[in-house]
Design a protein around this ligand. Structure first.
Ligand SMILES: *[C@@H]1O[C@H](CO)[C@@H](O)[C@H](O)[C@H]1NC(C)=O
Ligand SMILES: *[C@@H]1O[C@H](CO)[C@@H](O)[C@H](O)[C@H]1NC(C)=O
Ligand SMILES: *[C@@H]1O[C@H](CO)[C@@H](O)[C@H](O)[C@H]1NC(C)=O
Ligand SMILES: *[C@@H]1O[C@H](CO)[C@@H](O)[C@H](O)[C@H]1NC(C)=O
Length: 368
């Protein structure tokens, strides 16, 4: 009888000791996780607010695939759906670098850590809008068009310093294929990036003519300006869409791509090289200049575009959309908005916001 009591006491003591050790370790772990990297702005390390054992089970091995994507507060559901589609459709060791503004960090972390994305590997990098001083107009109307985060892609090697090759993705995309395949896109020697040309067959199918849907250089750049003329580029050269980029970061650094992009942004401030063109894009033109005839191409099925344009629903058959590896809702009609085509495809990957702040706008609100 006393023996039994002693056993119980020992068991209780062991349990208490065990709990203390576990708690210590967790505290230590969270200390470590909250350390910040002082070099590259504020970099919050990988989230790991779950048990290390669970983490081990779900750890993906193999070569890391670095993916840069931005997270804008007013459309945070976009990056969540995009990440979910990438993660569920691949076994690859994907590591996301999410560039966002300071005010969005907490919301994003709650969303990621309280849903099935909690085991996804990611780091959050805070974009410093001061980076763009003297490079984009401060006119509030322009700022509306020129969302600072859209320039994050210009700084790829700064955000992913450890990688040689990386993928940049717009947030209004869904991936239906295995991202490993996209990552293996071959870049020609001397090329710093691959893009999808706007004249390839899959894309041309979806092009809707009119302002904002240009598919050649003259739609994006003012060829009457001396600085543009001097480059000797052909105005009818097919443009490309920089919503999906495969980059060789070594080449990017060697060729000083970031510095050259900044140079064209600064020159545009003085000489209006592209602010008033039909396409109204101010992120694409510097890329068109710097990568003129110096980029590789992405398989058209890995960047099916224009799902956000009027008429996309008539141009693409459901079979084609199903077969596409990557869908991009560039254009005015976003799949989380009211009037977009194929928003049912996007809905499959969307994960509701645990904070309740973000809701896709649907025709029949109240259904769910
Ligand atoms: C706490 O974490 C540090 C790394 O940040 C590690 O070196 C140390 O061994 C850990 N201590 C314990 C008790 O786990
Ligand atoms: C970022 O936000 C936190 C609160 O969420 C605040 O304490 C901090 O000062 C902000 N940092 C900057 C650079 O604005
Ligand atoms: C990237 O470019 C460097 C320099 O040209 C080259 O040595 C390397 O093989 C390239 N890497 C990839 C993955 O294409
Ligand atoms: C990169 O390009 C910019 C613009 O042309 C130039 O000002 C800068 O000096 C270049 N940097 C290097 C390291 O070559």
């Amino acid at each position: 009888m006393t023996l039994r009591r002693v056993n119980v006491v020992i068991l209780v003591l062991l349990a208490v000791a065990f709990l203390i050790i576990v708690q210590r370790n967790l505290l230590n772990l969270s200390d470590f996780l909250h350390k910040e990297n002082p070099d590259a702005g504020v970099i919050l390390p990988f989230e790991a607010e779950f048990s290390p054992d669970i983490r081990l089970q779900t750890l993906r091995k193999g070569e890391e695939i670095p993916v840069l994507i931005t997270a804008a507060e007013e459309r945070l559901g976009a990056v969540i759906a995009a990440m979910n589609s990438i993660y569920q459709n691949s076994k690859a060791n994907v590591v996301f670098t999410i560039v966002t503004l300071n005010d969005t960090v907490d919301h994003l972390k709650v969303w990621l850590s309280n849903t099935k994305l909690k085991n996804v590997k990611y780091k959050i990098v805070i974009f410093k809008p001061e980076l763009l001083n003297g490079k984009i107009s401060k006119d509030p109307q322009m700022l509306e068009v020129a969302k600072p985060l859209t320039f994050a892609r210009f700084y790829l090697p700064a955000y992913i310093p450890e990688a040689e090759k990386a993928i940049y993705l717009d947030d209004d995309i869904i991936i239906q294929g295995d991202i490993q395949e996209l990552y293996e896109t071959n870049l020609k020697p001397g090329h710093a990036a691959a893009f999808s040309d706007d004249c390839d067959s899959a894309s041309a199918k979806g092009i809707v003519r009119g302002a904002g849907n240009q598919n050649n250089y003259i739609g994006f750049l003012d060829f009457k300006k001396v600085a543009i003329k001097k480059l000797g580029m052909r105005a009818n050269t097919c443009s490309f869409n920089p919503g999906v980029i495969i980059a060789n970061l070594t080449e990017w650094r060697n060729q000083n791509i970031t510095g050259r992009l900044e140079h064209w942004m600064e020159l545009n401030m003085q000489e209006d090289l592209y602010s008033k063109t039909l396409a109204e894009s101010i992120t694409t033109p510097p890329l068109l200049i710097v990568f003129y005839k110096r980029h590789s191409t992405i398989d058209p099925m890995w960047h099916v575009r224009h799902l956000g344009n009027t008429g996309a629903g008539n141009r693409y058959s459901p079979q084609f959309v199903k077969a596409a590896k990557l869908l991009h809702w560039n254009g005015h009609y976003k799949p989380w908005g009211r009037a977009s085509s194929f928003s049912d495809v996007w809905d499959k990957w969307f994960i509701p916001d645990p904070t309740g702040k973000f809701h896709p706008v649907r025709r029949h609100t109240g259904d769910n």
